[in-house]
Design a protein around this ligand. Structure first.
Ligand SMILES: [Fe+2]
Length: 183
């Protein structure tokens, strides 16, 4: 792999080989997930459904490496072994945020941003143990803010507290290519 996952930055822009082709496959995964999100076609395996009072705040869809063999081959050929592809569709809470958290299983991934209208991804330092899945404001301190942009690839450390603000007016959609997990 020609990039460093153990970098000091929790997220960092990267370049892949055959990026244009990889992008086409990922865009198709995102289109399918968006169709499912809006029309509930149930064609893609739903991993997480976080809906409150009918507001679809967050949905993620799980795609296995063997479900998209050509994409997986393009990644394996450059030393990237995907554990899975997780497509996330994020509407956010009514304040246009998705609150700071640590992901359940994912550790390092490559993130591809498909749709985003200049949301800000924030990383935090934990100053107190969290009381629930999401951190309260007094439990964290902001350390990094990034504007991850459409069509680009980034490393992402899911085990550092992170959240998104400024989502919308449309949903944000991205794929994380999971490279390592914590269990
Ligand atoms: Fe996350």
């Amino acid at each position: 792999m020609n990039f460093n996952l153990q970098s000091f930055e929790p997220s960092q822009s990267i370049l892949l080989e055959n990026e244009d082709l990889i992008r086409l496959y990922l865009e198709e995964l995102c289109e399918n997930a968006l169709e499912d999100y809006y029309q509930e076609t149930n064609k893609t395996r739903l991993a997480t459904d976080y809906t409150i009072d009918g507001r679809k705040i967050y949905r993620s869809y799980d795609i296995r490496p063997e479900d998209t063999p050509n994409l997986t081959k393009l990644l394996i050929n450059q030393g990237i072994e995907p554990f899975n592809y997780l497509v996330s569709v994020i509407l956010g809470e009514s304040d246009h945020s998705f609150k700071p958290h640590i992901d359940k299983q994912r550790h390092h991934s490559i993130m591809f941003i498909y749709k985003d209208s200049s949301a800000i991804t924030q990383f935090f330092k934990e100053i107190k143990p969290k009381s629930g899945f999401f951190y309260n404001e007094d439990e964290i301190e902001l350390t990094h803010s990034y504007e991850l942009t459409e069509g680009n690839f980034y490393t992402f450390n899911h085990q550092i507290p992170h959240g998104v603000v400024n989502i919308g007016p449309d949903v944000r959609c991205h794929v994380t290519i999971t490279l390592s997990t914590i269990d």
